[in-house]
Design a protein. Sequence first.
Length: 283
Amino acid sequence: MEDANTVHEFCLRVLDSGDLATKLLPPRDTVGNPLCDRTPGAPVVRESPARDAELSLSSGADRLPHPGQLSDPRARATCLARFAHHELMAVELFAWALLRWPDLPSELRQLWLINLAEEQRHCQLYLDRLAVHNSDLSKHTRSDYFWKQLPAIARSPHGPRAFLSAMGLTLEQANLDFTLLYRDGFREAGDEESARACQRVHDDEVAHVRRASEWLMRLSPDHEADPISAYEETVPFPLAASRAKGRRFSVASRRSAGLSEPFIEHVRTARSSQQLAGSSKRS
Ligand SMILES: [Fe+2]
Ligand SMILES: [Fe+2]
């Protein structure tokens, strides 16, 4: 394993190492100091992450068990593995973005590195709970759902704004709902430790959503732009407001993340094209 003394080397190591332990090493140099980011180098684009055989990606995954099914330990293990793998992909995607856009303001790069380190901790929290269920990631399907969004982000004329809208304002915003829904499911099933893991992830994701929303506006050519148009203009298809939420919509989490009332309402009422097609057939 290569040492990493800079953010650039660290991100390359996350993406080019196939094993979980290396991907989860914190962003610190060999003596434990923060990594240097003074010369982030030229842009680097990775199309996919290195993954050892037991971590290989597949397209699609089985249906996620419903929160009401979590009294079954196998259903709990399936959910914990799914969530851990989402966090692992989030780690890789922040590394991808840091390599792709070396010239962004250092303040934003620092925040992305903080997010990345938090995603590593989220992944570990779920992996620890999965281990208590006598299981690990190798025994579960590992869908490439986050990585599947990357080509559209990479192609987007909106560059890092497309990443902020996709990652922060769609995938992470949706996670605000999923973490609370499954927190309650685990709690009702008597698995308080897993419930606490969901709560911890939720609380960190509130900050991730806030950072994405603030920086989407700060990087907008028109600083006074309306957040709804900034999001709609930059979010890469097929991601959309209809995918920025879960089955139970938490207005409070979004308010904590600083999202505006009109933006929250926009997401709350957003319907997918499938839902719209269904309703026009019925009407
Ligand atoms: Fe996370
Ligand atoms: Fe996050």
